[in-house]
Design a protein around this ligand. Structure first.
Ligand SMILES: Nc1ncnc2c1ncn2[C@@H]1O[C@H](COP(=O)(O)OP(=O)(O)OP(=O)(O)O)[C@@H](O)[C@H]1O
Ligand SMILES: C[C@@](O)(CCO)CC(=O)[O-]
Ligand SMILES: [Mg+2]
Length: 328
């Protein structure tokens, strides 16, 4: 068996706009998905996941959807939950050229699902890495990131950026603009996360922004303005200017909200953090529900969030310097 782990991420700036070629700056954080992959003697795929919001589940099937056995969860949840793992295993088979190989896949994840912390990218990166190693191939990080991106691209209906997967594969702070992916120097940032306990559907939210952008020129301009914020943000990050980073994050949240991807609970967490003196706060990832990211050196934002109705969990996140980790 081969086991790999990969980190989740927060976006300092640029989610959604990055899908249309604007730059974005995500940072890997120390919450991880660990995926174990063991080759089977038959061609079946057995997936066991410990930490889905479905309370964990196990499925075993031989590849095509209609061969899947009944399990005690709704079909749509199951399809959503298995899409990334299926896609990742397809990538493993593509690398090794062995289409008939079966696997037992075990997933353990600390990353809340669908909450903007990049659980999908982490699962795809760790699964492709462990699966290819199990068959004797160790991928270069760039190829691993590219193949994980292909998985996200397919599952999100042909609308995805390389940001989440590159960040999860390489770790640290990164800058992604189209297919140009690079690592950034970043100071230690006082990152605080607020989680509303909910989730958003990345594919649907991305489709919503796409629709607005096609319908209204001002929505397309909004997407471009997010790109301008990111370019300013990179400068502030290089200078370690936390006040400016916070101000730009606040602006970025406002534009994401205009694009329809915030929610009442995300907005209340953002305001709770700001009122408590955070340098800035914004939603992170696809939105709709899930997490916000704030910058605050004191404990005030975390304390305020813990008393905010609609906030289910709040914690400080450390930057993850390492991306994929080969555990076993
Ligand atoms: N522990 C897990 N076990 C199995 N699949 C998982 C697990 N965690 C995440 N996934 C996969 O990732 C999907 C969620 O991905 P989605 O892109 O919607 O959210 P996210 O990546 O957490 O947030 P965002 O993309 O906004 O950062 C799940 O439906 C599932 O397919
Ligand atoms: C919303 C989005 O920009 C980030 C999701 O974490 C989608 C993507 O980049 O693929
Ligand atoms: Mg995702």
């Amino acid at each position: 068996m081969a086991v790999s782990s990969a980190p989740g991420k927060v976006y300092l700036f640029g989610e959604h706009a990055v899908v249309y070629g604007e730059p974005a700056v995500p940072c890997a954080i120390e919450v991880r998905a660990r995926v174990g992959v063991e080759q089977r003697s038959d061609n079946k795929l057995r997936i066991h996941s410990e930490d889905l919001s479905l309370d964990g589940f196990t499925v075993e099937y031989a590849g095509s959807a209609d061969e899947r056995p009944d399990v005690d969860v709704s079909e749509s949840l199951l399809t959503a939950a298995m899409g990334y793992v299926d896609g990742a295993i397809e990538q493993v088979r593509d690398v090794t050229g062995d289409d008939d190989v079966g696997f037992d896949v075990t997933i353990e994840s600390d990353i809340p699902l669908g909450a903007g912390l990049g659980s999908s990218a982490a699962v795809a990166v760790a699964a492709i890495d462990a699966g290819t190693r199990e068959l004797g191939t160790t991928l270069e990080i760039d190829e691993l990131a590219e193949r994980a991106y292909q998985t996200e691209y397919d599952v999100q209906g042909g609308q995805a950026s390389r940001a989440d997967t590159f960040c999860s594969a390489t770790g640290g702070a990164v800058r992604v603009e189209g297919d140009d992916c690079r690592s950034l120097e970043a100071p230690d940032l006082p990152i605080v996360i607020g989680f509303d306990g909910g989730a958003g559907d990345t594919g649907e939210l991305v489709a919503g922004v796409r629709g607005l952008r096609e319908e209204y020129e001002f929505a397309a301009d909004t997407v471009e303005s997010i790109g301008d914020i990111v370019r300013n943000g990179e400068q502030a990050l290089a200078e370690g200017n936390i006040e400016e980073l916070g101000r730009l994050m606040n602006f970025n949240h406002g534009l994401l909200s205009a694009l329809g991807v915030s929610s009442r609970s995300l907005d209340s967490m953002v305001w709770a953090a700001r009122d408590a003196g955070a340098n800035g706060a914004k939603l992170t990832g696809a939105g709709g529900g899930g997490c916000i990211v704030a910058l605050d050196e004191s404990d005030e934002a975390e304390t305020a969030l813990s008393y905010t109705p609609g906030c289910k969990d709040t914690f400080r996140a450390e930057l993850a310097d390492t991306g994929v980790r080969r555990v076993e």
